[in-house]
Ligand binder design. Structure first.
Ligand code: FE2
Length: 507
């Protein structure tokens, strides 16, 4: 887990990612904007839309050229390094002066949010509120860097941004009781990284307690009181710090010390006396790899989230299509308006009693919504006939499960949808149609839909009768246990009827 401040700094630091170790790339980055922004001042100001340019222009008496000069100067005279120096040296008086300057200049160019942040930081520095400063320094710097970079991208011809001092992305803690060693590290690494020294484990943990969070720890193994082994143990046991890569520095060039260090979670070993080129190369490589990995993890998280959202959208769309099809069926049969919806509702009630999972209930709902889709293939004259059906007409009606099955057979991702249409007129004792399946041969969801379908037919009005009374319906379902209905599923329907004391479940 990377802390938020570091993440922010890392992301906005992309432009500098390579430039930290290779000035040529930086030059390339700046150069590639050449020629793109040669438009008039109005166009350039439009591209500065991340600033409140209206406010900025007002400060410059609406003189666009004057405003752009101010914006250029803002980047060239940035106080980033001064801020960092004061911060790392705990020089709060100096820090206050620098954030004050940042506040004023940000107000001038219309960087409102940064101005507000700098204002709060100035107040904190005034009160020496170290906790607030430690919490907010990195986000403030990240936002500042971001704005500098965005301006540089818009004004490449005006600003020689590569000429300004490199912005140091990472902070390295050097924990070593030897002052000389700390000095060597400082000299070798300080032009590329921010360095914070600690002469003992106690001092180091004190810094952490104050809110300081390094991106890497260079840790001496042999120290009085707490050794490097003790310190890495404490870091790895604390979820706030466990993610920070630790590199051991030791005189011991023996395998067992190294092995022990790796077991304890160290990412590398550097042998003393420190070789400057080797030290810089190793640290560069570790930070590159480590933070590239963090970035990849972040990327994976973002993509996974996108897939989840896409899947949710697809599910909603699938459900809407099924609902539309169900409405089509109900529109064809004017006597059974809302039938599919109600059968789905009752089926889901039964499925819940059976302990179905969310996914099973969803499939059951779809299957129930589409159980009568085969009626689309039955002539309207027969579907909507008010008088009694002839034997021949009834035979035609009886084809609707097969027609439905045929329509739905391509939906193989949810097998129950086919089963619901195909087998919802099968009877438990084998006397139903179209296949004459019996007992558990009939797919369970089709047995559920069969009960729900019969219940809704009896509790709905027909052209030739009103809906049946609840006790009559209950009697019919009870009579059908073991013959038409699965006895367990039928009993669950009886239970639902008994709980519906006001008889609300009907058309
Ligand atoms: Fe049916």
């Amino acid at each position: 887990m990377t802390n938020v401040a570091n993440k922010v700094i890392y992301n906005v630091g992309d432009l500098y990612e390579n430039s930290l170790h290779d000035g040529d790339n930086m030059e390339h980055d700046v150069r590639q904007f050449d020629g793109e922004n040669t438009g008039d001042t109005g166009e350039i100001i439009k591209k500065l839309s991340f600033l409140n340019t209206k406010e900025g222009l007002q400060q410059c008496m609406d003189d666009a050229d004057f405003y752009l000069d101010i914006v250029s100067t803002y980047v060239e005279d940035n106080v980033l390094n001064d801020m960092q120096t004061c911060y790392l040296g705990n020089d709060w008086a100096g820090y206050r002066v620098k954030v004050h300057a940042l506040k004023s200049s940000s107000a001038y160019i219309g960087a409102e949010e940064l101005r507000a942040k700098a204002k709060r930081m100035e107040d904190a520095a005034k009160q020496e509120d170290v906790e607030y400063i430690n919490m907010n320094h990195h986000p403030l710097v990240a936002m500042y860097e971001d704005i500098l970079r965005n301006i540089a991208a818009v004004l490449p011809k005006r600003i020689n941004f590569e000429g300004s001092s490199p912005i140091k992305q990472f902070t390295i803690s050097v924990v070593d009781d030897s002052r000389l060693n700390r000095q060597v590290v400082e000299e070798v690494l300080s032009s590329t990284y921010n360095i914070k020294e600690a002469a003992s484990g106690q001092e180091f943990f004190q810094q952490l307690e104050e809110g300081f969070l390094p991106d890497l720890v260079l840790l001496d193994v042999h120290m009085p009181r707490e050794t490097g082994h003790d310190i890495i143990g404490k870091l790895k046991d604390d979820e706030r710090y466990a993610h920070i890569p630790v590199v051991f520095m030791t005189h011991d060039n023996d395998l067992s010390t190294e092995l022990q260090g790796f077991k304890e979670g160290a990412v590398d070993f550097i042998t003393k006396p420190l070789n400057p080129s080797l030290l810089l190369a190793r640290i560069n490589r570790i930070l590159d790899l480590y933070y590239l990995q963090s970035k990849l993890q972040e990327e994976v998280q973002i993509r996974t989230q996108a897939i989840v959202e896409k899947t949710q959208q697809m599910t909603v769309m699938f459900e809407q299509i099924i609902q539309a099809l169900a409405n089509t069926i109900d529109a064809k049969d004017k006597y059974t308006k809302g039938h599919s919806d109600r059968v789905a509702k009752y089926s889901v009630m039964i499925g819940s009693q059976l302990g179905y999972t969310e996914m099973q209930l969803m499939h059951l709902k779809y299957a129930a919504l589409l159980h009568d889709i085969g009626k689309i293939g039955v002539p309207d004259g027969i579907i909507n006939k008010t008088g009694p059906l002839t034997d021949e007409e009834f035979e035609i009606i009886k084809t609707h499960p097969v027609i439905g099955g045929d329509i739905l057979k391509t939906i193989t991702s949810v097998e129950d949808i086919y089963n619901g249409a195909m087998y919802h007129h099968e009877h438990y004792d084998g006397t139903g149609y179209p296949k004459g399946l019996a007992g558990k041969e009939i797919p369970e969801m089709a047995r559920i839909i069969n009960v729900a379908d019969s219940y809704d037919a009896m509790t709905s009005r027909r052209s030739y009768r009103d809906r049946l009374e609840q006790h009559v319906v209950r009697g019919e379902i009870a009579r059908g246990l073991d013959t038409q209905f699965d006895p367990i599923i039928g009993s669950l329907m009886l239970q639902i009827i008994d709980e519906d004391t006001e008889f609300t479940l009907h058309e």
